[in-house]
Design a binder for this molecule. Structure first.
Ligand SMILES: Nc1ncnc2c1ncn2[C@@H]1O[C@H](COP(=O)(O)OP(=O)(O)OP(=O)(O)O)[C@@H](O)[C@H]1O
Ligand SMILES: O=P(O)(O)OC[C@H]1O[C@H](OP(=O)(O)OP(=O)(O)O)[C@H](O)[C@@H]1O
Ligand SMILES: [Mg+2]
Length: 285
């Protein structure tokens, strides 16, 4: 039987979360730390552990069928691959930063400036679209050091918490793009491999749904049930069960993680009590 071949980052910002995703999809990889190529024991998947920069090329050439890496790297390399789906981790942005004591009047500041970056193609396209002439200095890491050693006037690099910029005397002035981990695929997958990919994506969807949602249980006076149901969407509609105490019911539903606190406040207003919120292991819609 044919296998789906996936490339994930060997070590770095994406590796742990990529492996965690496979694990939550129920895929077992024996002895994964010591082998750069491995086979899952319970799913037709072969895993290659690579430098993230090499993944787009391998996917384009069909050496692997799919890969997990940062959207920033996919955009930079402009390879012929399909971006299949976003994965909701390794969220960051590619931003322009300048020395913190320098005034920033607006994007024209960058006219004729030297910009150090590991993302020359993205930065070049960005400034070309704005008709601003710049000189790009390509470096592969420790980009934030460039202005302080006279290598460039400014930088374009990935930012998440902003602490690297802060510790290197820089301030963020423009966001070029937002990025997160994505799954990319070769454009000409054989039929049997596409079928395995579909089944893998189905599992990923269930895992991501479960991460984005919580199961909620609460008790409410019967006269509030209608109002409470209005704020609790549920997968179809909430489950309502009578409690032993007359005039009261237990309501069960699913809420989105990012709406959770707003919903809780409304529920309390309608007299909800004993609210329990439980993580969901897997969620198939
Ligand atoms: N501070 C951050 N917060 C969140 N995500 C980040 C951050 N920095 C980088 N990333 C994401 O993680 C990806 C991998 O980053 P990492 O620093 O591990 O890459 P690398 O040094 O090029 O690794 P490799 O050794 O595999 O070439 C980046 O392309 C980006 O998508
Ligand atoms: O805004 P922050 O939370 O400080 O994160 C930003 C830093 O993270 C990334 O580097 P990383 O630590 O992955 O090192 P590397 O570039 O050497 O791989 C990025 O290149 C920035 O330097
Ligand atoms: Mg790399």
């Amino acid at each position: 039987m044919n296998k789906l071949k996936i490339a994930i980052q060997k070590s770095g910002r994406l590796s742990e979360k990529s492996l965690e995703l496979l694990k939550e999809c129920g895929i077992k990889i024996p002895d994964f730390k010591s082998k750069l190529k491995n086979t899952a024991s319970n799913f037709p998947l072969e895993i290659l552990f690579l430098r993230d920069d090499d993944i787009p090329k391998y996917v384009e050439q069909g050496i692997v069928d799919i890969g997990i890496l940062g959207e920033n790297e996919v955009l930079e390399q402009e390879k012929n691959v399909d971006l299949v789906r976003k994965l909701g981790f390794a969220n960051c942005r590619l931003s322009l930063a300048i020395p913190k004591d320098v005034d920033y009047p607006g994007i024209q500041f960058f006219q004729n400036k030297k910009i150090a970056t590991s993302y020359p193609a993205i930065v070049k396209n960005y400034f070309e679209s704005k008709n601003i002439a710049t000189e790009i200095v390509e470096i592969s890491g420790s980009v934030e050091i460039a202005p302080s050693i006279g290598l460039a006037d400014t930088i374009a690099d990935l930012v998440s918490s902003g602490s690297t910029l802060l510790h290197n005397g820089l301030k963020e002035v423009e966001k070029v793009l937002e990025s997160e981990a994505v799954l990319i695929s070769n454009r000409n997958l054989p039929e049997d491999v596409s079928i395995i990919l579909e089944s893998f994506l189905f599992r990923i969807q269930a895992v991501i749904n479960s991460r984005e949602n919580k199961y909620i249980l609460l008790n409410a006076p019967n006269e509030s049930i209608e109002k409470i149901i209005e704020v609790l969407p549920g997968m179809k509609s909430p489950t309502v069960l009578p409690l032993a105490k007359t005039g009261w019911s237990s309501i069960h539903s699913v809420v989105r993680e990012n709406e959770f606190w707003r919903i809780i406040d409304e529920l309390k207003k309608f007299g909800a009590e004993g609210i329990l919120v439980i993580p969901i292991e897997k969620m198939v819609m």
